[in-house]
Write a protein that binds this ligand. Structure first.
Ligand SMILES: [Zn+2]
Length: 361
């Protein structure tokens, strides 16, 4: 996929930097080192701190965090809708209170587009509501209809913003989001309606929020065929290596998830032979790298024994090395997936990868 900030090789795993940084003391230099293609930043968090207007004054998010490759910003909707009890949904948008100081904020489609335009991200996500997978049919129908009306407003507002003189990225792209909880007919109808709106890409949202993996795979099988085949498809917030392999098989091109960085911060590291918990006693004198042959900054230099020591001593370096290894593992897996797809051997690769990870050490 071509963007003003460079080409994205798909399928791709985006590395999640919530507040314009990957949690775990990871710098943008590190991201180049571990093969990151796209960084994801959270609109809501940057809006409440340091503020998108300030970031625009400073030249936009790319300049602010010193990152020249693509950035995808979410719409802020997911965070806003997680503030249960603190929010009120209306046709115009959502009224809610800041999680930092409690002050009242309004966010609707236009506000979300304005914030993302101020940040100057490569790809902006449409403002949507993500209804719970447990919500009833009537609620989901009304919510999805409103999300469609919001999407039309997002598209209009983005076109206006991209035409303004002082806009940082006048080529900002817009992805629409398919919703519908686990009602496949609502999902399909919504996919058809947003496909007609000729957007730059399409996401499947509202999955991996409590439904089973089988329900998620089923929804993808039913819905993805109704999204444009010549545009990228993004499965939001997913997932484990196995979820990603199943997603690719069902036509997904973009993924993002906090698992690799969150697990890394807790000393849980991925390998082709399963996940290791480096706090485990058995690694105390283990001088092997986390994974033999891994090209990440941790494995190139340090042993399991040393990283375990750092984690036990609560040294930040231990956490950082685990996060770098895990993100490298995900980025490298996507590279292997792309190679396998090019070679026409995705099914074989997927089987070998899953068998290896399930076998354990
Ligand atoms: Zn490694």
């Amino acid at each position: 996929m071509e963007t003003v900030h460079g080409t994205i090789q798909t399928p791709v795993f985006m590395n999640v930097g919530t507040v314009a940084a990957i949690k775990g003391a990871v710098s943008t230099d590190d991201l180049h080192d571990i093969g990151t293609q796209v960084q994801l930043s959270n609109t809501y968090h940057l809006h409440v701190r340091t503020g998108d207007k300030t970031i625009k004054e400073l030249g936009g998010l790319h300049k602010f965090m010193v990152w020249d490759r693509p950035i995808l910003t979410d719409s802020g909707g997911f965070q806003v809708f997680s503030l249960r009890g603190l929010r009120k949904i209306k046709e115009e948008g959502v009224y809610f209170q800041s999680h930092i100081d409690g002050h009242k904020i309004f966010m609707g489609p236009e506000e979300s587009m304005q914030i993302q335009s101020n940040l100057g991200s490569t790809i902006a996500m449409a403002f949507d509501e993500c209804p719970s997978s447990k919500a009833d049919r009537k609620y989901v129908t009304d919510s999805v209809n409103r999300t469609t009306r919001w999407l039309a407003r997002c598209k209009t507002e983005m076109a206006r913003l991209n035409g303004l003189e002082d806009t940082i990225n006048k080529n900002q792209l817009l992805f629409g989001i398919n919703q519908g909880a686990i009602y496949e007919d609502i999902r399909i109808e919504h996919a058809k309606r947003i496909a007609e709106m000729d957007l730059d890409g399409y996401a499947v949202g509202g999955l991996a929020v409590g439904e089973s993996h089988e329900e998620m795979y089923h929804i993808l099988e039913e819905t993805v065929p109704y999204l444009p085949q010549d545009k990228p498809t993004y499965l939001m917030g997913v997932g484990t290596p196995a979820n990603i392999l199943e997603g690719v098989e069902r036509g997904i091109d973009f993924f993002d998830c906090v698992y690799p960085s969150r697990n890394g911060r807790h000393g849980h590291v991925y390998t082709d032979h399963g996940k290791l918990n480096l706090f485990n006693q058995k690694y105390e004198k283990d001088m092997r790298p986390i994974e033999e042959g891994c090209g990440c900054p941790a494995c190139r230099t340090y042993s399991r024994a040393y990283i375990r020591h750092l984690l036990k001593a609560k040294e930040m370096l231990g956490m950082r090395l685990c996060v770098l290894h895990n993100l490298y593992f995900y980025n490298h897996m996507m590279e292997e997936i792309r190679d396998a797809l090019d070679a026409g051997d995705f099914a074989g690769y997927k089987k070998r990868k899953l068998e290896g990870m399930e076998a354990g050490e």
